[in-house]
Design a protein around this ligand. Structure first.
Ligand code: SF4
Length: 189
C-alpha cells in the first residue's frame, strides 16, 4: 500500500485536514446534496482513487450518498459502472489518472456544477467564506485573495496550504494529490 492510503471510516476527518479546497468543496457538496454531476464525480472520484481509496470503498462511498437521492437501484444501474470504469475495471480498462491543477483550473463548470478550482471559479465572496470555513485567518486570507486577483491560482492554493499547516511549501501546489500527500507528511510526522 502506498503512503497516504485512506479508509472509509476516517475519510471525513482526512478530508477536513488534508484535502485541497477544490476537493473539500466537492466532498462537502456530495455529503450535503447526496449527488454530484459528471464533472464533479470525475474530479473527486479520480482524486480519491489517487489518495488510495480502493474500488470497494469507493463504491460504498458513492453508493451511500447517491442512494439517498436516486435510490439504490438507479445507483447500481447508472453510476456504479462509471466508478468501476475510473478504476479501469470496465470498458477499455484504461487506468484513469487524477486531474492536475492546470486541468482543473482550465475546466469550465456550468450551473449546478461543483468541479473546477475555487480560486479560479468562485466569486470572491464565496471564496472568502470557503477559506474561512477551512480555518484560514484574516491576514493570510488577504494574501490569498491578492494572488487570486492577479490570477495566480496555484500560488493562492500554496499560500492556503502554508497558512493551514504552518509550514512552507517550497515546491508550490501543482496537483491536488500532491497537496494531499504533502499535508499528510506534515500532519502525520
Ligand atoms: Fe485544487 Fe489545484 Fe485549485 Fe488547489 S490550485 S484548489 S489543488 S485545482
Amino acid at each position: 500500500r502506498e503512503y497516504g492510503d485512506i479508509s472509509l471510516k476516517d475519510i471525513d476527518q482526512v478530508a477536513k485536514r488534508s484535502f485541497p479546497l477544490c476537493m473539500r468543496h466537492l466532498f462537502d457538496k456530495l455529503r450535503e446534496d447526496h449527488h454530484l454531476k459528471h464533472g464533479g464525480r470525475m474530479q473527486l472520484g479520480l482524486f480519491l482513487k489517487g489518495v488510495g481509496l480502493n474500488l470497494d470503498d469507493a463504491l460504498a462511498f458513492w453508493r451511500a450518498e447517491f442512494s439517498k437521492k436516486v435510490g439504490l437501484e438507479k445507483f447500481e444501474k447508472q453510476y456504479a459502472y462509471s466508478i468501476r470504469h475510473n478504476y479501469g475495471k470496465e470498458g477499455k480498462r484504461t487506468d484513469y489518472t487524477p486531474y492536475s491543477c492546470l486541468k482543473i483550473i482550465s475546466s469550465t463548470p456550468g450551473t449546478g456544477d461543483h468541479h473546477g478550482c475555487p480560486y479560479r471559479h468562485f466569486s470572491e465572496e464565496n471564496l472568502r467564506a470557503a477559506l474561512g470555513k477551512m480555518g484560514v485567518n484574516s491576514r493570510s486570507m488577504e494574501d490569498v485573495i491578492d494572488k487570486v486577483r492577479n490570477r495566480h491560482y496555484q500560488l493562492a492554493c500554496t499560500l492556503t496550504f502554508e497558512a493551514l499547516h504552518g509550514m512552507p511549501c517550497d515546491a508550490g501546489i501543482n496537483h491536488p494529490n500532491q497537496y494531499f500527500s504533502d499535508s499528510k507528511k506534515i500532519l502525520d510526522s
